[in-house]
Design a protein around this ligand. Structure first.
Ligand code: FDA
Length: 302
């Protein structure tokens, strides 16, 4: 089921059908703050008010025109400015394919550099999300270069990839901030663990490296077992609660988000906004088959 949904997340025809469905839109709104930046800022302010941090994601990926990439950059520049003006406790998360990686690597680099430079000026931070393994090497190379120059950028490592241990070691050595997640894309078995038990085991091993040697790591998961392992490891090694943060997605396990914040852990909520919600929504469905059955039954009925 997971593989099928991830495959369908690339289908243009299904995308048009799903995006036109009012039910799917309603379901997607559970995971997406709204179409526009003011919608996202309103959600962000509410989350800040609950004692949690935010990272904003303007939805969109795999753009095919340099103009689209430039438009994404502009939305993100505005987002950073708004965060600064309203003094929100927030930063931004971007995808390189949204900044033009598939069109022109040079244009992509220039777009990201502009954003990272603005973040440095504003004392903010840009997180470069990790997409499928086709982009891993290029993502790490770009982040490493920009980090050397500006500092205000970090990235994401996916526990399902075999290469991740080596990548984390290199990033820790360079003092680059890492968000650790399990990984959300369809990957061949030559590059990624298939079984959940293997991904979880690797997640815990990588979390321990990050908490010991990383710079302000982000432990991104809704899995109570991963969260408990992190809390336990931090307790045993006297790592203070403000030395790392938990991150979760908007609309998922709000109860757990609030509970951790109430226990004085740092929690950052990933808040997506924008009209291009289809691939993001499909990845969320792939993580929770119960959601899919509900959607499929109702779509077929309508
Ligand atoms: P797991 O999938 O095992 O889920 C554990 C439990 O969490 C489930 O039993 C359920 O209760 C709940 N849950 C998880 N997903 C749910 C959903 N969609 N709906 C309802 N409940 C759900 N991936 C990537 O490849 N690149 C990236 O850059 C990022 N960035 C990122 C940022 C942040 C802040 C988070 C939290 C996650 C990502 N991810 C990501 C996604 C990540 O790789 C992964 O797919 C999801 O977080 C689901 O994995 P869990 O760790 O939550 O565990």
């Amino acid at each position: 089921m997971r593989s099928l949904l991830l495959l369908l997340s690339r289908s243009g025809r299904l995308r048009r059908w799903i995006e036109a469905s009012r039910l799917a839109r309603r379901m997607a709104s559970r995971f997406v703050a709204g179409d526009l930046l003011p919608d996202a800022l309103a959600v962000g302010r509410r989350i800040n008010g609950q004692g949690m941090f935010v990272t904003f994601d303007h939805l969109g990926e795999n753009v095919t025109l340099v103009e689209e990439a430039a438009a994404s950059r502009e939305v993100y520049l505005r987002t950073l400015d708004e965060i600064a003006v309203s003094r929100m406790r927030a930063n931004v998360s971007i995808k390189l394919t949204q900044f033009g990686m598939d069109v022109s690597e040079q244009a992509c680099r220039a777009n990201v550099e502009q954003l990272v430079c603005r973040a440095a000026d504003l004392g903010s931070f840009v997180r470069v999300d990790m997409e499928s393994s086709v982009y891993t090497t290029r993502t790490l190379a770009l982040v490493t270069q920009l980090h050397e120059r500006y500092g205000s950028v970090g990235t994401v490592i996916q526990a399902y990839l075999y290469r991740s241990r080596a990548d984390i070691e290199a990033l820790c050595e360079r003092g680059i901030r890492v968000r650790l997640c399990k990984g959300a894309y369809l990957e061949p078995e030559e590059v990624a663990f298939r079984r959940k038990s293997e991904v979880d085991r690797n997640y815990i091993e990588l979390m321990e490296i990050l908490l010991t040697r990383g710079v302000y790591p982000a432990i991104a998961t809704h899995d109570p077992r991963m969260i408990d392992a992190t809390r336990e490891f931090a307790r045993r090694h006297d790592i203070p609660r403000n030395g790392f943060e938990f991150q979760m997605l908007y609309g998922i396990r709000r109860d757990l988000q609030r509970q951790l914040a109430a226990e004085d852990y740092r929690v950052r909520v990933y808040v997506p906004f924008g009209r291009a919600w289809y691939p993001y929504f499909m990845r969320r469905l792939a993580e929770r088959p119960a959601n899919v059955l509900f959607l499929a039954k109702n779509l077929l009925r309508n």
